[in-house]
Design a protein around this ligand. Structure first.
Ligand SMILES: Cc1ncc(COP(=O)(O)O)c(C=O)c1O
Length: 145
């Protein structure tokens, strides 16, 4: 992430999929772009297409909205991003307990959810990542400490 790079989220994100991007955007002078929603609570995919640009570094959207109950068309969101070689992170906190979630079928680069949404203990969760993305991230983090 460098100055002027772009992060796409949506207008229906939980704070946990907003604040980390705000922090990194502040640190790197990156720009957050937000996919708008209709009055019925659906993402406006035509607007999403317009937001995708050569500066987009990641698309990070919620699979199932906690506030609206909307099940987003993540397959389309992912394939539009992949056409431009942009990685996608899915916040699956409300999806894993309602839908079958198959990361290989979805082909997302990252997917996250917390354990307590599945009646697990608090303080644990899952971050799935494709190896080619996750390992460089981990090595970068290790190099920082
Ligand atoms: C869609 C969504 N994402 C993220 C979170 C955050 O999960 P946690 O409670 O583990 O911070 C929640 C919690 O309600 C959620 O509904």
């Amino acid at each position: 992430m460098n100055e002027g790079d772009e992060i796409i989220i949506s207008a229906m994100e939980h704070h946990s999929n907003i604040v980390p991007w705000q922090l990194i955007a502040k640190e790197k002078k990156a720009i957050i772009k937000v996919i708008p929603i209709t009055d019925k609570g659906d993402l406006i995919l035509d607007e999403y297409k317009k937001l995708l640009s050569p500066r987009t570094k990641i698309v990070s959207v919620v699979y199932v909205s906690n506030s609206l109950g909307t099940i987003n068309d993540v397959e389309t969101i992912i394939s539009l991003a992949h056409e431009r070689k942009i990685p996608v992170l899915l916040d699956a906190a409300q999806a894993v307990n309602h839908l079958p979630v198959d990361v290989q079928k979805l082909d997302c680069e990252f997917l996250a959810f917390s354990g307590h949404k599945l009646y697990g203990p608090t303080g644990i969760g899952v971050l799935y990542g494709k190896k080619r993305f996750l390992i460089p991230c981990l090595l970068t983090r290790a190099g920082e400490t």
